[in-house]
Design a protein around this ligand. Sequence first.
Ligand code: SAH
Ligand code: SF4
Ligand code: F3S
Length: 445
Amino acid sequence: MSRKSPKSYHVKSFGCQMNVYDGERMAELLDAQGLSPAKDADAADLVVLNTCHIREKAAEKVYSDIGRLVKGKGGDKPMIAVAGCVAQAEGAEIPKRARDVDIVVGPQAYHKLPDLVAKAARGENALDTDMPAASKFGALPKRAKPAPSAFLTVQEGCDKFCTYCVVPYTRGAEVSRPWDAIVDEAKALVDAGAKEITLLGQNVNAWQSEDEAGRTQRLDGLIRALDRIEGLARIRYTTSHPSDMTGELIAAHGEFEKLMPYLHLPVQSGSDPILKAMNRSHSAASYLAILDHVRQARPDIAISGDFIVGFPGESEADFDATLEIVRAAKYAHAFSFKYSPRPGTPAAEMGDEFVPAEIADERLQRLQALLNEQQLAFNRKTVGKTTQLLLERDGRKPGQKIGKSPWLQSVHVETDAPIGSLIDVDIVSAGPNSLGGAIPAKAAA
Ligand code: SAH
Ligand code: SF4
Ligand code: F3S
């Protein structure tokens, strides 16, 4: 059955920052086709659900969302596209399970979204989960309206095959974008108003490419090149893997002022036997040694991490080792998750060793209590400092804005300075999730 071509769209992204980046690029593609952004999903002719497959809860969310979209429209349902990692993992199964889905497009094929929309409008099968050799990036429009803090994907995919993880299957093999393409995109972002760029990759520190002189460069070299871009004030990168944390990259934290003092370095567990079963190529001790080196290069650096509790076979002693590594590492921020068995991954086959849900829940609570304590302690340590904020959005109260500190903390401050400005503030209060800032008396007078 053919249907009307959509005139408006809404992209809803779940999951990691790379999905946020992909969502922005899909929006730019649809803008270039003459579609206009709708104010929300209910007002859109085309809804793109940019999905995440990392844990079961995330993956199932898309189906409840589809149900809501169809019901909310009272029979006049929007064209629905499922993009992202669920699209890659489940492909043709999706329209079988949810008949209202019109388009399925994987993370390496979304440059073809306009074609797929046209196909769906003609009533044709619109599914593309190819992982083509030629990357999608060349087919995307130039960056136009970035936020003050913009994402830039430099590396995609993963060859690490941690035994619990779907990413190597949903995003494919590790691929680095070429040097020129990244430098050009960074300049375009800065020309369009971005002040901060976060370089993204599933294993961003595995990025490698030849520069314009044919020399092999790694992430530290790329940071050096971006550091020279006038108008760019801040550089960040995420997510890093401990085994690609080179000495040069560590040294870069002491070398480049634009490189913000923040490192997201997932460890997952503090127990060596569990790390081995996870196929992580580091130990608890080698991870802590990296943190020592990074702190030598940049003493005030904020460290962030990811944790999984209840991995198959995790004993109480293994979990204690996780609490111990947290105490030693002193995190400024962290994400922690209960292990979720994912189809097709080796750990999902370790069924006889699964940790009962109540035990995993209880461990997660204990871990999160400790991590929250550390986060609050880190935040409190910044009270009394004068630091720079990048203003990113309006706060809830009139006149209030929310900006990010160099350590990626959200800071509320009353100021007339516009979004996108870099301003100095005194940190005057700290909670677990945000800080209060005030314009220094001298500057306010
Ligand atoms: N490439 C990044 C991000 C991977 S996904 C990295 O290597 O860190 C983000 C986090 O989700 C992981 O670090 C891990 O802590 C968590 N995760 C991945 N698979 C999971 C699973 N099956 N169950 C629970 N948490 C998982
Ligand atoms: Fe997943 Fe491990 Fe790759 Fe991270 S490094 S994306 S956790 S397989
Ligand atoms: Fe999720 Fe895919 Fe990112 S599974 S975490 S959206 S790479």
